[in-house]
Ligand binder design. Structure first.
Ligand SMILES: C[S@@+](CC[C@H](N)C(=O)[O-])C[C@H]1O[C@@H](n2cnc3c(N)ncnc32)[C@H](O)[C@@H]1O
Length: 231
């Protein structure tokens, strides 16, 4: 599926997340052995929310980052935005104290300088034009606003490479097929990771669109990266 580009890729991504929406959270917990919850808390800490800050969780899916944000900063104004309705529907819980919005990361329905922070979890490798998505996030941020990106990243070669390959190409597709019945969805994950930018490349694209104070760290044996920066 990684050969798809433009609108074809967009439609494929939307269809894929529509099909796996009901099993998405369970698969996330299993694939990361629950570690994603820890990374999400770090993402929100790095967003540096003050009590009345406005935060956009872009490509929010079932809203885990938005939920983590209101847990850490209950008075923040948080919006979870995605272009796949089924993911948002699967994630919606009674009593959620944040808003939901239908939005395309490449053309955000918000004015310039609308948010104090924009975070995303596992969005960036799915968008058809990551530079355009970064530009949009830069546009909607206020001066000094923060961006934090959590995503899979191409691991550097090391002693664990064969085990990482086994995890990504055998265990994840096996579990994904077993739990969701959608085998292509969980071969898309390793394929899209390998087709995505390296951590260094993503950091330099953030610089190209104007972000400053850029940094990143790798977690989970170098297969996941958290990037941050400031407008
Ligand atoms: C892997 S899920 C991540 C969900 C959630 N952020 C998380 O951390 O678990 C990727 C999400 O990005 C959304 N997405 C992909 N491309 C998008 C775009 N161009 N605009 C908005 N959402 C997009 C998909 O619909 C999907 O819900």
């Amino acid at each position: 599926m990684t050969h798809l580009t433009g609108n074809e890729k967009s439609r494929y991504v939307q269809d894929l997340f529509t099909r796996i929406a009901s099993r998405y959270d369970l698969m996330n917990r299993l694939m990361t052995a629950g570690q994603d919850l820890r990374w999400r808390r770090e993402v929100i800490r790095r967003a540096g929310l003050h009590p009345h800050a406005s935060l956009l969780d872009l490509g929010a899916g079932t809203g885990d980052l938005a939920r983590t944000a209101v847990a850490q900063q209950p008075t923040a104004h948080v919006t979870a935005a995605d272009f796949t309705f089924e993911m948002m529907r699967a994630g919606r819980k009674p009593g959620d104290s944040f808003g939901w919005a239908n939005a395309d990361a490449l053309s955000l329905p918000y004015g310039a300088a609308s948010f104090d922070a924009v975070v995303s979890g596992f969005l960036m490798r799915n968008v058809i034009d990551n530079l355009a998505a970064l530009r949009e996030q830069h546009r909607v941020l206020r001066p000094k606003g923060r961006i934090v990106i959590l995503d899979t990243t191409r691991p550097q070669r090391n002693l664990l490479s064969p085990l990482i390959w086994l995890h990504m190409h055998i265990i994840i597709p096996f579990l994904g097929t077993l739990l969701s019945g959608q085998s292509d969805a969980y071969t898309y994950l390793p394929d899209s990771t390998e087709a995505f930018l390296t951590a260094e490349e993503l950091a330099s694209r953030m610089a190209v669109v104007g972000f400053k104070q850029i940094g990143y760290k790798r977690v989970m044996f170098g297969t996941i990266a958290i990037h941050w920066g400031e407008k």
